[in-house]
Design a binder for this molecule. Sequence first.
Ligand code: GN1
Ligand code: MG
Length: 366
Amino acid sequence: MQSEFDINYLIKQFDFPGNFKSFGCKDEGHINSTYVLVFEDSGRQYKYTLQKINTYVFKNPDELMENIVSVTEHLKKKAGRNSERCTLDMLKAKNGKYYCIDPDGGCWRCYRYIDGVYTCNAIDSPEVFYNAGKSFGNFQRLLADYPIENLYETIPKFHDTYSRFCDFIKTVKDDAKDRARNVKNEIDFVMKRREDTKVLLDMLKNNELPLRVTHNDTKLNNILFDNDTNEGICIIDLDTVMPGLSLYDFGDSIRFGANTASEDEKDLSKVNLSLELYEAYTKGYLSAARDSLTENEIAYLPFSAKLMTFECGMRFLTDYLNGDVYFKTEYPEHNLVRCRTQFKLVADMENKFEKMEKITADAAAI
Ligand code: GN1
Ligand code: MG
């Protein structure tokens, strides 16, 4: 396999067992690059996940890794003897840190690979999405007593939707790539919803919502599902675990998983909110987290789905206007296509909002 990095150099930076056999690319996320490494020792196979940290996005790898290691330790203690497949297991590099630097300045980390699991990018059965909700609900619950002051903010103001809106406005004004004229409708779409951007932040300020330890990137493909039971057994991609609102995590899961099409579907008629999937996730999530949530956190679940979808669409649009510097893209208009799916989904949620509220209230009453 051809690669833009020296795999043999990287292998020497960690203490792997036996002989190196192969490696393959496993690209799912929009930010980091992920590979699977296979080693063999006395006839036994050992697999690892090697990941290049995107240091344009995560400026401080020491703080990033400290967050991940300590959150993982906490989760391990809670899981007790069953922890082996339930948490990530980071490897120290020979330099004593949880990452190493390659000769080009690239930053790499390594986890033990978890076998017997699958990830999904789309849901084909409500049961699996119920399990996804249960997993993120449990994640929230298990971290409820994690000392929040120990966490670094790996990306400041990550889900501060108002601050994202201000960044967007500045980007439109600068219009560095002369693209704003292509997206008048999308800009208009954002401006009409500007009032939404402050709602949760104001509630936090007024102590109407509690600050919690949250994952902040609760995409469906950040859960490992067990091959045999379909239970979500491990939450991955802990880069953005930070102080936040429980609503960010719920909303982002719905944004990605309850969409009837993919995040970059070009045919917008295929993009809708599935109420069936919304219901499944809400029930799963509340089955695990109900007792630790406040009434406001429950009441704003439908709004959070709309807000997180809106925020993500605005981020894709901002990146398109900036010339695609943040999210990985596969073709020139990729970020714009993604923005359009998100805005279509927001519009569909607005149409279905009362139904979402009814489903939420019913699920909370169980
Ligand atoms: C990015 O890395 P990935 O693909 O799980 C992004 C999320 C967005 C998501 C949109 C650190 O997540 O915030 O919601 O793309 N992560 C970061 O698909 O910006
Ligand atoms: Mg990520």
